[in-house]
Design a binder for this molecule. Sequence first.
Ligand SMILES: [Zn+2]
Ligand SMILES: [Zn+2]
Length: 343
Amino acid sequence: MKAVRLVELGKPLKEENVEVPAIGASDVLIRVMACGICHSDAHYRAGISPIERLPLTLGHEVAGLVEQTGKEVTHVRRGDRVCIHYLVHCGSCEFCVRGLEQFCTTVQMIGKHRDGGYAEFIKVPGRSVFRLPDEIPFDVGAIMMCSSATALHALNKARLKTGESVAIFGFGGLGFSALQLARALGAGDIYVVELNQKKLAAVREFEAIPVDANEGDPAEQIKHATGDKGVDVSLELIGSAKTMHQAVRCLAPLGRAALVGLTAQSMSIAPYSEIINREAEVIGVSDHLAAELPSLIEMAMSGKLRFPSGIVRAVDLDAVQINSILDALEKTTDQIRTVIVPK
Ligand SMILES: [Zn+2]
Ligand SMILES: [Zn+2]
């Protein structure tokens, strides 16, 4: 089969001919119908995020059709439409037993630790395979499995309750999903902090409250807009110490700041005024859980999570086209998502 692979760090991906993977008793072989090209794939290609073995087929946002199942797999069968949870976990370690598979002692991410979906076929364990309803197109099923799933996990970690106010820092792929999911979960006022005027206009179209960071400290703007109270939940999706601090400072008493964006910078917090006397919480968010995917799929099926036409574009399983999308991703973080559709 054809696969587009990372052969050398810092170099363009290469097209290779590889064997269709042989499956074990608990595995499923899936014919890839759509695989998202994610911003983190650009990091893997550049060598910014560590990759342990090469060559490696990238791609962790996958939807497709079941081609073959191992004899122990009973929940899906040949021809089923499916999407894939990108973490492959053991199912039996201390963390897996508690439903916290992102901490599995042998966890592997597809497209990072093992071959992913920039290929005609992918092999994954049955427990990572979820049915994709007919109402959800393959391209949406694929991109949902990364940014939307993580946005939902962030809202769950922040324990968002009906009627609570939310501030979202950053309106890229994560923020776009987070806004819709927060609303689906019953959020009250939703503020979205951005610098980009086009994205601020998009926030208005979603009937959320834009906060233009060009017009001064967003935390102060949010405090002002809430009558000095602040918001109950804030999500930092950008990955900068500055916006993380703003996400903490805009909190109301008992507020929860969920940090999702990645940065190696340090952040300083004033313990008394910013955390202690408001009993505020700062919560780390990493990936998402298999147990959260059924409700995510349900929200997409019922139209609560939507990807308007024009937000997803397609390319072929072709190294030149894929490399040029990865080049573009290194320069911008817009909401337009690209999926590979093998012919
Ligand atoms: Zn991704
Ligand atoms: Zn485990």
